[in-house]
Write a protein that binds this ligand. Sequence first.
Ligand code: SF4
Length: 895
Amino acid sequence: MKYVEKILKDNLNNQNTFFVFPSELVAVFWMRKSLDYGIDSVLSRRFLSWDKFKEKTFSLNMDISPVNAHIRTLFASSIIEENKKNGNLLKGLIRPEHSSGSSAFLSRLTSILTDVKSFKENSDLKDISLDPGVRDDLDFLYNTYTEFLTEREMFEPSWVKPEITDIGENYFLFFPEVIEDYKEFAADLEKSAVVKIILSNTKDLHEIKHFESSTLELKSLLGNIGALLDSGVSSQDIAITLPDMDGWRIDLESEADLRSIPLDFRQGKNLSEYPGARLFRDILNCEKSGFSLSAMKQILLNNSIPWKEKETAIELFQFGVKHHCFKNYRLKGREIDVWEDSLAKSEESRLIRYYKDLKSAISKIANGKTFNEIKISVQLFISIFLDTNLWPLETLKEFQICLDTLNDLKDASVKVGSLEYGSGCNIWLSAIEDRIYVKRSATVGVNVFPYRVAGGWGGLWHFIPGLSQTSGSVIKSKYQFLKDNQRDNLPGLDIDFTESFINLYNLSGENVIFSYSSNSFSGPALPPSSFVLKRVVSDMIDVLSELDDEYVSEIGYWAGENPLPGRIFSLMKKGVDFTLASAFIGKKTDYTKTGINQYKIKNNLLENLLDKNKYLSISPSSLDQFLACPYYFLFNRGFKVSEGEYKEVYIDHPVFGQVIHECFDRFFKYVDKSGSEFSKSRLEEYKTEIGSIINKVFNRYIVKGEAFIPPVWNYCREFTHNKLLNFIDIEAVQFPGFRLASAEKKYSHKWDDKKIELTGRIDRVSFKGNKTAIIDYKKKNHLKKGDMVAGENGPATFQIPFYIYLVEKSGFKVSSASYYDVTECRYNYVHNFDPILKKDKPWCSEDDISSLIYKMEKSIDKMDKRIRMGDFTVHPDGCDSCDFRRICRTKFHVR
Ligand code: SF4
């Protein structure tokens, strides 16, 4: 870039000389650089980008006003609306069968408007064959758009050739060969006496390094940059250009972070990808999806949305999960609002108000007739629901740009006058979607540019990794609506800038380092052909040994292979900080390892667990839980902590289980009341009755507002009906003539000497003569015979021995105890004196049951002692993990 420097040095003192570069970024670079050439100040306006130069020098001499992108969008949207109504206004660009969903074509149709005139006037294109209907559609668009412009006294700037109006000063125009639209202006500029065109000087092409994989290439890149920074080179003198930004960005960011290399990505993203803009898409998704649970989750639980009433927002979502408010829908022309119905049934007046206000505010935005109405509704929504002071400045800025876009659309709509363009809100979202926004970086680091923008940059070190034949290809295409086979034989539609950019990048920096990998982050890759033709591809074999990457050498140090690296990375510093704050700090009390000695905590805990007479109540589930993990028991039952429910499920299995239990309960109470024993001769009557019981129970849940969504609820009802009809036949074989002793009854027994009360709610106890049967219903039984072995860790559950113990303490001798598996329609006997069928052989013998009960008593005794002592320590071998893993961190320690 010596010749650029020379031109600047020679002309800086001439205030009438201006310097034009292909991009704003490169213009700013050279403006700053010029201060190194012995001048104190320079006028920034003397360094221009090509776009600014065009604005200043060329203009469209028209008395009427130009359309802008928003006006084009409104026009295209009006065509789409008409096409929706008409059904076959367009036949090729949008096929008639897609007319109802034609909003998806808005961007495509808008982009055609700028090209349609030159396409019509291009004689080479008159005879090419297009898909049926496309040529008619293009004619229609051209005619309608022309009419639209004429009526409103407007013109389409891309249809008119700009003319030189002001070129009073001297200009140096650098590197026009990479400017896409330069050719349109070249004739005028090249004959001007005051414009000097400076092409990129040809120079031998630098070599391109060939790596085996992008992972090695990345390590080499960061190793080199790390070494440069360590040697004192400023981060501002180093730049990275990424031809394959998508493939490289994530890996580059994370690897640079590990090595403490600051990066400053100078790439814009669609505005809608930033939190301050995503909010609008998310709230409007609620309206579009009928306030579906998943869309509501997206906004109500989103921590980046500054809700004024955060707690209420979370409560509303939890209500929706509990009451299965999947989405509002229409039935026979009537809107069914599942949220409002369920909230009304639960009499949650505060939540009803909040939901109604939220729904109304969102609906007003979504259905605003004009952009002004939408704007007012947005402001109202914000003032009612959000506290924007809680937003970081950057997010606020993104949010403000969305509002500015809405304002621009409002102005555009005034200009177009009467035009039916459909949903203003959709147009607004689409404009947000299309807008590119570059976030300002809070840190100063090595600049990382997307390909093309930094062509002409002149700093000290410029790295261009991942430059392959594909990623380095720059082709500008006209008439993108044409298909590849239609473009193939038409010259001039594609202009290839690939070579021009490689030539320019070859000069863009005092040290330019090109590289590529045959196995790139985006798949197999070849080097650009110019490097191959000039034989300047150099293989980087055994690259790791060449690397001066201290991060790699630190890993080697810990592996005992290298000396300690000379440089400390921030990651290492962080590691030391963490170690100081954890491993080296005196341990705080850890109840997974030591007992609770603090009087206050222990006292509060025992208050929660003991009754007023200081009895500890123990049920089969609390015993099982304590044995599985005392620490879990401490949090769940002692401190009453549980995890919030945020998952949307179609079938809430605990609720479904309750419903099935209630059906069994009511059925056996009916049998008991109507004839006292289960009689084989009354099976038909039982089957009719069970149908009516099931209907009553399922309807009761609907009235309570706890039913699942209708199709799922109907499926559950049918499932229960089929399974319980089967059950009646099975019951007739297994327990004929048995009477109900109790259903869903709580049994209890006290050990007064130890102040322990054993309790258990047993699904059913039936008896016949001196036989007593215990039955526990399971929707699906996952237990097996092996789970009942009283081994070193006890059985998987003490439930059945516990129930046998309780029933026998109440005066009955238990002859059988079983699980009834509703899904499989079968009894699983844990204990059975006298099996009716051979296949019903029990899992446990009489002795097994005695030994299980003995073990249970010992375990209860131990559990009681440990709880009263405050001992909730966990076995050092770890556990199977649970919801409290982050609190106890035992799993973490074990790992
Ligand atoms: S993670 Fe393990 S030790 Fe910790 S509470 Fe859960 S089950 Fe117990």
